[in-house]
Design a protein around this ligand. Structure first.
Ligand code: 9G3
Length: 567
C-alpha cells in the first residue's frame, strides 16, 4: 500500500477526550474515528487489524468444530418476551418499532434468536452436538460509553452457542470452546488469566469463566493465588473464612453510649473499637422486600454474591430515611437486634466469638454480642468481597489482586433458553428431551484495543506480527532522491509480489514526520532506505526493540518475505 494514497490520518496531538493508551493511540494512528458517543468508524488501518483478529477467531472456532452463521442484528421483541428477558433489561436494550409498529430490538446478544433457529430445525439427537457461531455487530446502549472501542455501544462480538443432549455433552463443548479461547488469546500475543466468574443475569446454571487480559486500565478486578491455580473475578472470588479461637464464656452483652458515631471509622477513631469485631449491618432493598446484611466492620458487602445467594433480580442499598423507618435509627447505629426483616449473615460474622453491634437507637451500641446467642439470622453465606492479602480458599496462599480487561466470557447455560423456547429433541429411546446449551463470547473489537494496551511504548503501537496491519514498512528517507526512491520502489514491488504485506511511505515529507508516523502505527519491521542505498544497503529496524541492522536490499527482501509467510 502506498502511503501517498492511503487514507491514514495520523494525529500528532493526543485527543483530549481519550483517557487510556489504546483509545489515544487508535485515534492518533488513524485506526478509528468516533461517529457519536460509543459508536466508531474503523478506518482502513484499523479495519485491517480488526479483520486479522477476526481471522484468528474464525480459524480457532472452525478448528473446534463450530459452524459459522450470520444472525440478524434486528430481533423481534416477541422472542425476548417468550424468554422472559424483555423485563430484565432497561434502557441498555435498544427497542424500536417497524413500519407496522411491531416492536423490535437491536441485538445486544443472540440467545433467543439462535434458540429459536434450533427449535425449528433440530428434532433428533442425531443432529447433536452442534456449535454455531457468528461474528457480528452488537448494540448495548451503555449509559456512559468510554475508553474508545474498549467500552463502545456498538461493537463486534464473536458469539457462539453450543447445543448438546445432556450436561456431559455440554462439558465437552465448553472445554472445546475454553481451549479455543486460550489459542485465540495466545495467537493475539496477549498475557491473560482465565477466572471463575459470576454468570450475571444470563443465568448460567453451571457457572462461567472470563478471559481477562491483564492491564492497569482494566475495569475488572481479579484475585489470583500465586501458589495454586485459583483465580476469580472479584465479584465471585472467595478467601478462606477467618477462624477464631473459642471465646470461652462471654459475659452478657452490655449497652454503651457512642454519641455522634455515624460510621465504622468513627467507632474506630473515637471509641477505640476494632473494625474486625464490629458487626456492620446494611439494609438492602431486594426485589420487593428489605433485607439486613451483616458483615464484619472491615469487610464490604459483595452485592453480586448477595444477589446470587438470595436468587434476586435487583439488590440496592436502602437510603437513610428508609433505614430510620425500618430500624428506628440512621446509619452508624443499625444493629441485628429486633429486626422485622430477613437477616443475611456473612460466614466471617457467624464465626466471630463476640463483637460490637449497633443498638438500633441513635448513639447506642452493645459490646460482648455473641452471634447466635444474642441474635439469630435467616440466611448465612459468603456475601463479602474478598481482598488481596487474604488466604486462598483452596490452598491458603496469599491472594493477589490484578486489574483485567474482560475480552471473553464462556457460560454453561443449561436449559434456561431451550426450556423457555421449547427447543427439544427425541433421544435414542424416542423420549422428548430439552437441549442443553452453552454460550461463548469474545469481544473482537475490544480485543484490538486490549492488544494495543499490552503492546505499545511511548512512541506508539508495537503490533505483534500475527495481527499487524502490515508486515514491513518501507521508508525512503528522501523521496526526491532518485536512488532512494527507485530502491524503495523495487523493494516494494519485490516484496508485494512475494505476498508480503508492505506499507511504502512514498510521501514527500520530512524524515522526522515519516519516522514518527512509522513508530506510531507500529508495523513490526521498518526498512529504511537512506543515503547508503547508493551502496545497495538499507537499514532493517525492529519496531519493538529499536535494534537496527544494515543489510543489502537482497537480504532485506529475503528476510521480509519470510515474515509474510510466517504468520
Ligand atoms: C441485554 C443487554 C445487555 C446484555 C445482555 C442482554 C450482557 C446479556 C450477557 C451475555 C451472555 C453471552 C452470548 C455471547 C457471550 C455472552 N449484556 N449479556 O445477555 F439485553 Cl441490553 O451476552 N451472550
Amino acid at each position: 500500500m502506498r502511503q501517498s494514497r492511503y487514507f491514514l490520518p495520523t494525529l500528532r496531538e493526543i485527543p483530549s477526550e481519550a483517557e487510556i493508551p489504546s483509545h489515544q493511540l487508535m485515534l492518533r494512528a488513524g485506526m478509528i474515528r468516533q461517529l457519536v458517543s460509543g459508536i466508531y468508524t474503523y478506518l482502513p488501518l484499523g479495519y485491517r487489524v480488526l479483520r486479522k483478529v477476526e481471522r484468528i477467531v474464525r480459524e480457532e472456532m472452525d478448528r473446534a468444530g463450530a459452524q459459522e452463521v450470520l444472525l440478524p442484528a434486528v430481533q423481534p421483541a416477541s422472542l425476548w418476551q417468550e424468554s422472559g428477558r424483555w423485563e430484565d433489561y432497561g434502557k441498555e436494550l435498544l427497542r424500536f418499532q417497524d413500519r407496522h409498529e411491531r416492536p423490535l430490538v437491536l441485538g445486544p446478544t443472540h440467545e433467543e434468536v439462535i434458540t429459536d433457529l434450533v427449535r425449528q430445525e433440530v428434532r433428533s439427537y442425531r443432529q447433536l452436538p452442534m456449535i454455531l457461531y457468528q461474528i457480528q455487530t452488537k448494540f448495548r446502549d451503555e449509559v456512559r460509553p468510554r475508553f474508545g472501542v474498549m467500552r463502545a455501544r456498538e461493537f463486534v462480538m464473536k458469539d457462539a452457542y453450543s447445543f448438546d443432549v445432556d450436561w456431559e455433552g455440554l462439558d465437552r463443548s465448553y472445554q472445546a470452546m475454553y481451549k479455543a479461547y486460550e489459542s485465540v488469546l495466545q495467537r493475539c500475543g496477549l498475557r491473560f488469566r482465565v477466572v471463575q466468574a459470576d454468570p450475571g443475569a444470563i443465568g448460567g446454571e453451571g457457572g462461567s469463566h472470563e478471559f481477562m487480559v491483564l492491564s492497569e486500565v482494566g475495569e475488572d478486578s481479579l484475585l489470583v493465588c500465586p501458589r495454586c491455580s485459583y483465580a476469580a473475578n472479584i465479584e465471585k472470588a472467595r478467601s478462606k473464612t477467618p477462624e477464631y479461637g473459642s471465646a470461652g464464656d462471654v459475659p452478657p452483652m452490655e449497652r454503651f453510649l457512642t454519641p455522634g458515631a455515624r460510621s465504622i471509622e468513627d467507632l474506630k477513631t473515637r471509641f477505640g473499637l476494632n473494625p474486625e469485631t464490629i458487626l456492620k449491618v446494611l439494609i438492602y432493598r431486594v426485589d420487593d422486600r428489605y433485607v439486613a446484611a451483616v458483615v464484619r466492620g472491615d469487610h464490604e458487602v459483595n452485592e453480586v454474591k448477595l444477589k446470587r445467594l438470595l436468587n434476586a433480580r435487583r439488590v440496592e442499598l436502602a437510603d437513610e430515611e428508609t433505614v430510620r423507618a425500618l430500624t428506628g435509627t440512621g446509619f452508624g447505629s443499625v444493629g441485628p437486634f429486633g429486626l422485622t426483616m430477613e437477616r443475611v449473615v456473612d460466614d466471617a460474622v457467624a464465626a466471630l466469638p463476640e463483637g460490637v453491634a449497633g443498638g438500633n437507637e441513635p448513639d447506642v451500641h452493645y459490646r460482648h454480642v455473641v452471634p447466635g446467642r444474642d441474635f439469630q439470622w435467616e440466611k448465612q453465606g459468603d456475601i463479602r468481597t474478598a481482598r488481596a492479602g487474604e488466604p486462598c480458599v483452596e490452598c491458603g496462599g496469599t491472594l493477589e489482586m490484578y486489574r483485567g480487561i474482560e475480552v471473553g466470557h464462556v457460560f454453561k447455560l443449561g436449559t434456561k433458553y431451550s426450556e423457555a423456547l421449547s427447543a427439544v429433541f427425541l433421544d435414542e429411546q424416542g423420549r422428548q428431551r430439552t437441549v442443553v446449551m452453552g454460550c461463548y463470547g469474545i469481544g473482537v473489537s475490544r480485543l484490538v484495543a486490549a492488544i494495543v494496551e499490552q503492546h505499545h511504548d511511548d512512541k506508539g503501537i508495537v503490533w505483534p506480527a500475527s495481527v499487524a496491519p502490515f508486515h514491513v514498512h518501507v521508508i525512503p528517507v528522501n523521496i526526491r532522491d532518485e536512488q532512494q526512491r527507485t530502491t524503495a520502489e523495487e523493494l516494494y514491488r519485490q516484496l508485494t509480489e512475494r505476498g508480503t504485506e508492505v506499507l511504502l511511505d512514498d510521501r514527500d515529507e520530512r524524515p522526522g514526520v515519516k519516522f514518527n508516523d512509522a513508530d506510531l502505527i507500529g508495523v513490526p519491521v521498518q526498512v529504511i532506505v537512506g543515503k547508503r542505498a547508493s551502496e545497495g544497503l538499507v537499514e532493517w529496524k525492529w519496531r519493538r526493540t529499536g535494534e537496527v541492522e544494515v543489510l543489502s536490499t537482497e537480504e532485506a527482501a529475503e528476510r521480509a518475505a519470510a515474515i509474510g509467510s510466517g504468520e
